[in-house]
Design a protein around this ligand. Structure first.
Ligand SMILES: [Mn+2]
Length: 389
């Protein structure tokens, strides 16, 4: 069988101050036309459908158009969707009963009680059945009531324990897991980029150990396409570039080919064509302005100027050549000097001290006793929330 593996559509996302809705609409159309042409056995979307938990009406419309385009393909292609950390589990689950009747399977929330299990969808090909397990994005607190005691304390434990209680026949059947977490293996730290929200410090890391027995693991969360230790555990990446740090990425559509049990899954990458590429340019203003007519003047560009004497209104001048400038940065001796001085001054301070400094800087006076007390409460609450989530 062949299925499309997508994730991190982030519909409604902005790139700096640019609205990407039209770019997103176009790339989703391209994916739908691949579906019409290649007729995959399923389309898997591994989380982060929307960029915000309360998506705009326009964002919902764009996703609706995508589902409608996919549904128009005959005979119908099952669509399997899980929520990511950017989605609201409840909102994504809206009308899921109705959608199921139309072969659109949405898993918004991870199991919350002992009686709940991971939703599965079983599809058939010439070699028999394949079970798809839908595991929405989770934090340990979301699933703690599944167990009466010894609830998992980390995301990694939660994923392992949820898989264990499914009693999956790994030896005899073909199984696919759909998941949206930050997976790491022994000595394997996947590559991240600026458009993701990945927690530093490793608390959200999930070990690949328990997912290795699956025949394919369709991951979402990281925005660069990559395998995690083994070929059958993959992040498909975003369908388009969502930050300057992704300028060198090659965005594509992953099509997974799953053959007989025991044969390694194969992933074919189909090219996707963005309306505008995201590019980086670097050099002296004069050089950049005098470059011969080059392609991609309408791309999103991040420009770094290296002039030692900072030019007058460089952005205005560059705008005559580039229609979609994301940012103009300056990198010269003076700025580098300043940054080194600044680096040396950075000392790790408590949130309280950091805010105190900020307040003094802005207001020109120190925090009063009552203000300190109030702020302590706010910080405590924030930390508590963070620990609980
Ligand atoms: Mn994401």
């Amino acid at each position: 069988m062949r299925f499309f593996h997508l994730s991190d559509l982030h519909i409604g996302r902005q790139l700096h101050h640019y609205n990407l809705m039209e770019d997103q609409r176009k790339v989703l159309k391209e994916i739908a036309s691949y579906a019409a042409k290649l007729h995959p056995d399923a389309v898997v979307i591994a989380g982060d459908i929307y960029d915000k938990s309360v998506p705009s009406a326009e964002a919902v419309t764009v996703f609706d158009e995508f589902l409608t385009a996919l549904s128009a393909v005959e005979p119908s292609i099952p669509i399997l969707i899980i929520s990511g950390n950017h989605d609201s589990p409840e909102r994504l689950s809206y009308a899921s009963g109705f959608l199921k009747a139309h072969h659109i399977f949405v898993a918004g929330t991870a199991p919350e009680h002992g009686g709940e299990h991971l939703p599965t969808v079983t599809l058939t090909d010439e070699f028999g059945e394949v079970d798809f397990y839908l595991l929405p994005f989770l934090k340990p607190s979301y699933v703690k009531d599944v167990w009466e005691e010894d609830a998992p304390e980390s995301s990694s434990e939660a994923v392992r324990m949820l898989i264990e209680r499914e009693d999956i026949d790994f030896a005899g059947r073909r199984n696919v897991l759909i998941s949206h977490q930050f997976y790491t293996g022994e000595g394997i730290e996947p590559g991240t980029c600026d458009s993701e929200t990945v927690a530093v410090g490793g608390i959200d890391n999930v070990d690949t150990g328990p997912v290795k027995p699956f025949d394919y693991v369709a991951l979402g969360h990281l925005h660069g396409a990559q395998i995690v230790g083994e070929n059958h555990i993959q992040y498909c990446g975003t369908p388009m570039k969502y930050s300057v740090s992704e300028h060198a990425h090659n965005k594509s559509l992953a099509m997974v080919i799953l053959r007989e049990k025991g044969e390694e899954a194969e992933v074919v990458r189909l090219p996707l064509h963005a309306v505008r590429d995201v590019r980086k340019k670097r050099g002296m203003l004069r050089e950049i302005l005098s470059q011969p007519q080059e392609d991609g003047r309408d791309d999103y560009v991040s420009i770094t100027l290296t002039d030692e004497t900072e030019p007058y209104k460089p952005k205005e001048q560059l705008e005559k050549i580039y229609s979609h400038i994301l940012e103009v940065r300056i990198d010269n001796e003076r700025i580098r000097q300043k940054l080194t001085e600044f680096d040396e001054e950075i000392i790790l301070k408590s949130p309280m001290d950091t805010f105190g400094d900020f307040y003094a800087e802005i207001q020109g006076r120190e925090l009063g006793d009552e203000e300190v007390e109030l702020l302590e409460q706010v910080i405590d609450r924030a930390l508590e929330e963070e620990n609980y989530r």
